[in-house]
Write a protein that binds this ligand. Structure first.
Ligand code: KG4
Ligand code: ZN
Length: 335
């Protein structure tokens, strides 16, 4: 089955074609991504109306480009998958409207995909992917969740953040130290120059049982450290390193607990923060030490992309799932 995937939930327009007959990483026939970062940079965050308009501008050219790169035409498509939520409603409606219309015109099924299920399944696009059961750590700008995956489509929430998501904490912390939007990757880059241990921040909620997270207090700790410092470049890097170490440590401690609680030895990690090099190294090490395995998608498939939506949609369509012709956009939606 060749499925076109469309992602437009926030500030990236992502398109891809996944071919289940090929499978694995090679099944990803082509993908294209347009990031709106420059558009929103002056505002320090995503402006929903501008995001919607830019998706309108970019989506059809990206679909044409992706099909051309895959050597396919619309007539080759067996289905269309789109992100139905959660996300910005106007942005979601653009992807949903285009996907539904295209599917109707081609007389193929369309399917709405949960954005976080897209993230969760992204590691399975890669070759040598693990099969459930496993534990998934979902760490994006809007979510931080630990999920027990008993089978594809059978998910149990083990824990989640009570306030800021991990990516949100990265972004807000970067902003308060004057780094440009989007701050997460910039802060991670700066941390590479930082001296470990000069600034030590807490590992929130690791001193009590449970699998929930809380990251909002960390940014206050960083603010106080930053305001009380000489605010030099080196200090900024050292604080960034201290912050990153605190988040990575906290996530690793909770992941290990989740593996213990579920008696699993495989961890998969997905979502934008999964692109963080220090987090990847730490989780690989933690899992290896207990005889298990940590799996990640390549960094480009950690952040928002069309491939994960094409893949998740293809699995659902192959399992025989169908929907009526309604255009679905669900801004708030539990997985
Ligand atoms: O999954 P994603 O692209 O979009 C959402 O669904 O939210 O995740 C974006 C988040 C942002 O908060 C961004 O700062 C963070 O992922 N992020 C990173 C890194 N790359 C992206 N955070 C830390 N280190 C990175 N290398
Ligand atoms: Zn995302």
């Amino acid at each position: 089955m060749k499925v076109l995937g469309i992602e437009s939930s926030c500030d990236e327009t992502g398109v891809a074609v996944y071919d289940t007959a090929i499978g694995g990483a090679a099944g990803l026939r082509a993908q294209a991504l347009y990031s709106q970062i420059a558009l929103h940079a002056d505002y320090g965050g995503v402006v929903p109306e501008l995001a919607s308009r830019d998706h309108v501008r970019k989506l059809l050219p990206l679909i044409r480009q992706t099909l051309a790169e895959a050597g396919l035409t619309t007539a080759d498509l067996d289905g269309v998958a789109y992100t139905a939520g959660p996300g910005l409603v106007g942005a979601l409606l653009v992807g949903a409207g285009v996907a539904r219309s295209l599917a109707w015109a081609l007389d193929v099924p369309a399917i709405g995909v949960h954005h976080m299920e897209g993230h969760l399944l992204a590691p399975l696009i890669e070759d040598d992917a693990p099969q459930p059961p496993f534990v998934a750590l979902l760490v994006s700008g809007g979510h931080t969740q630990l999920v027990a995956v008993d089978a594809i489509g059978r998910y149990r929430l083990l824990g989640e953040t009570l306030d800021d998501a991990a990516g949100e904490a990265f972004d807000k912390t970067a902003k308060l130290m004057g780094l440009p939007y989007p701050g997460g990757p910039q802060l991670a880059k700066l941390a590479e120059q930082g001296v470990p241990g000069r600034f030590k921040f807490s590992r929130p909620m690791t001193d009590r049982p449970g699998l929930d997270f809380s990251f909002s207090g960390l940014k206050t700790q960083v603010l106080l450290a930053w305001q009380g410092s000489d605010q030099s470049e080196q200090t900024r890097a050292d604080i960034a390193r201290g912050f990153e170490d605190a988040v990575v440590d906290t996530l690793a401690i909770k992941c290990e607990r989740a593996l213990d609680a579920t008696d699993c030895d495989t961890l998969i990690v997905a979502g934008g923060v999964g692109a963080n090099a220090r987090l990847r190294a730490r989780l690989v090490e933690m899992c290896a030490a207990r005889g298990g395995r940590a799996c990640f998608p390549r960094p480009a498939l950690c952040t928002d992309n069309g491939a994960m939506i094409a893949f998740a949609g293809a699995l659902r369509l192959e399992a025989g799932q169908h929907e009526d012709a309604a255009i679905r956009a669900v801004p708030r939606w539990d997985m």
